[in-house]
Design a protein. Structure first.
Length: 163
């Protein structure tokens, strides 16, 4: 997985010390073509680094608006254009320690999003697979990712602030 240039530059200065980074998650839905009215499919990507299925996720670039980052990541990772509908949740991840010793904690901003166009496909080297899944046929997901999805699919107006 390519490391953004600004993180490479930071790592030269701070080594493996913990970084605090903003990240965006795009929970993308579209109408299920074979389902009952109101049924949706969820876009998931399979991460190339660990094989986990997740919504589209990514680091927000310096100065980038978070919703713009969510749209960019959906296009970069899955080749789809989306509309960002609302901020669904804000949460801090546990400390992540990478195989090289780098330590990072993310402030995740999860957005509920709607697919607009494009055939979903693996569009970069961060993913090994991409697919649309009905809610009753999701692949195994971590509790953290399931929580992001649940927040995005909830009929709530306000964002969830996770403790």
């Amino acid at each position: 997985m390519p490391i953004p240039d600004f993180i490479v530059a930071l790592r030269r200065k701070v080594g493996t010390d913990e970084l605090w980074l903003p990240a965006a998650t795009a929970v993308v839905t579209r109408p299920a073509p074979d389902g009952p009215p109101g049924a949706v499919e969820l876009l998931l990507v399979r991460r190339a680094d660990n094989g986990d299925w997740t919504p589209v996720t990514g680091i927000i670039d310096p100065g980038e608006e978070p919703a713009v980052a969510a749209r960019r990541e959906a296009l970069e990772e899955a080749g789809v254009t989306i509309r960002v509908d609302r901020l669904a949740s804000v949460a801090t991840t546990d400390l992540v320690t990478y195989p090289n010793g780098d330590r990072t904690r993310y402030l995740d901003l999860t957005f509920a999003c709607t697919w607009l166009e494009g055939e979903a496909h693996v569009a970069d080297d961060e993913s090994s697979d991409v697919g649309w899944f009905t809610l009753d046929a999701l692949p195994p997901l971590s509790a953290e990712m399931r929580g992001r999805i649940d927040a995005a699919l909830a009929d709530e107006v306000a964002a969830r602030f996770v403790r």
